[in-house]
Ligand binder design. Structure first.
Ligand SMILES: Cc1ncc(COP(=O)(O)O)c(C=O)c1O
Length: 416
């Protein structure tokens, strides 16, 4: 079969596809393998009970089945839901948004794909523009979204050592460059894979640079405010007309409904809605219907702050303590857990690459994500990129403890 350039791109080598295939195969070959690799959210009984209640009420109400399953919604999404979310954001954060600033998507991943290709890539005058990550490591899932090659540029962060085993990345403003070909900034806040949360001051500075250069700033809030709000310290949510905020129901524990939201200028929302109609015709209705219930009476805020966030915060700090106890003698650091559902471990001067460490750990019975694919857009290789791994602590306590032990044992062997 001869494929188009588009076909070649989407069937060629891709870090994320290789990794997801390999993770799937590893689980198939060894069902007992400890899975600290994937991005699945945890099962949280209280949240699950709430979703069950809302699903049942949808099915049982007289027009519920028809409204949810029997019709297409308009390109931007159900007008009532758009207004519900806009009014939540106005009331909670005082953001100047109306339903014209909101659109529904089939998840954050597909929203990013559409928006990033609307903003960057090849222009009608032949020029090419890129999305800039002001701080890498960034979300692995962005890496292959661009229709053009070299779709991303990135700036290395500075590294702050906070104590014997804890560090934090910061945006290196001295080396952050915006050029003619910068199409937009993109940050996930909190960041997958590191659990970093950009400080208010970093966001303020990035916003000022973006506005001054007339480029939008994409803030991917898949783990952020207003939901699921998996942020462990107080930080301010950010939005203005230059911001493209991406939200998702996935990390509330609903990845199966494939629902996300975009909050942006009217111009961006209209462009997105047109492109999304061509790609998807309309978005699914089940996730938005559940969201409508969660938005009533601010339930989603209570759920996020009182159930989801504390659940992950406790797990994050417990798992970090376990790692520090198990590897106190090694030159190892963990990124300060500030949010999201992962820990990011850095093994300084690791004698093998993180890709090799992934294989070693897989053979030893634990799956992690090697860090090297999370540095898209850097123009030069960076040794640090091969010394880090991402571990998820979403599994139950016993599995996580076993995983920590195996990782510590195998890494210790490498340093001997
Ligand atoms: C930072 C980030 N953005 C977007 C996504 C995509 O999420 P979804 O398409 O499930 O909304 C993920 C998924 O893990 C993520 O970690």
């Amino acid at each position: 079969m001869k494929l188009s350039a588009f076909g070649e791109k989407y069937t060629g080598r891709s870090g994320i596809v290789d990794l997801m295939t390999d993770l799937g195969e590893a689980l198939h070959t060894n069902p007992d393998i400890i899975s600290m690799g994937g991005g699945n959210p945890s099962r949280i009984p209280e949240a699950e009970a709430l979703y069950r209640k809302h699903l049942l009420s949808l099915v049982e109400s007289s027009d519920g089945v028809y409204n949810t399953l029997g019709k297409y919604q308009p390109p931007q999404g159900d007008e009532k839901l758009l207004e519900q979310l806009a009014s939540l954001l106005r009331n909670e954060y005082d953001w100047p948004v109306s339903s014209k600033n909101v659109a529904i998507s089939n998840g954050g991943q597909s929203a990013f794909y559409v928006l990033s290709n609307l903003l960057a890539g090849r222009f009608s005058d032949g020029s090419i523009k890129q999305i800039q990550f002001p701080l890498v490591p960034e979300y692995l899932g962005y890496t292959d979204s661009g229709l053009e090659k070299n779709f991303f540029t990135a700036t290395r962060p500075t590294i702050d050592i906070l104590d014997d085993h804890v560090f934090k990345y910061r945006v290196d403003f001295d080396n952050l460059k915006v050029t003619e070909s910068t199409a937009a900034f993109c940050v996930s806040r909190p960041t997958n894979p590191t659990g970093n949360v950009l400080t208010d001051e970093e966001v303020r500075q990035l916003d000022a640079i973006a506005v001054a250069n007339d480029i939008p700033m994409i803030i991917d809030g898949a783990y952020g405010t207003p939901f699921p709000n998996i942020i462990f310290d107080e930080v301010s949510p950010h939005w203005n007309n230059n911001t493209i905020l991406l939200l998702s129901l996935s990390k509330l524990g609903l990845p199966g409904v494939r629902t996300g939201f975009i909050v942006a200028s009217e111009e961006i929302i209209q462009a997105y809605a047109a492109a999304n109609t061509i790609l998807n015709l309309a978005c699914g209705n089940v996730g938005p219907a559940i969201a409508g219930k969660l938005f009533e009476d601010r339930e989603v805020f209570e759920l996020s702050k009182k159930v989801i966030m504390p659940f992950y915060r406790d797990k994050a700090f417990n798992t970090m303590d376990k790692f520090i106890l198990a590897m106190d003698d090694l030159p190892f650091y963990v990124h300060k857990p500030e949010g999201a559902i992962f820990l990011w471990l850095w093994f300084k001067d690791l004698p093998v690459s993180s890709a090799r460490l992934y294989e070693i750990l897989k053979d030893a019975g634990v799956l992690i994500i090697p860090g090297n694919d999370s540095f898209a857009g850097l123009d030069k290789d960076w040794a640090h990129a091969h010394e880090c791994i991402r571990v998820s602590y979403a599994q139950d306590e016993e599995q996580v403890s076993k995983g920590v032990e195996i990782i510590a044992r195998e890494v210790r062997k490498l340093y001997k």
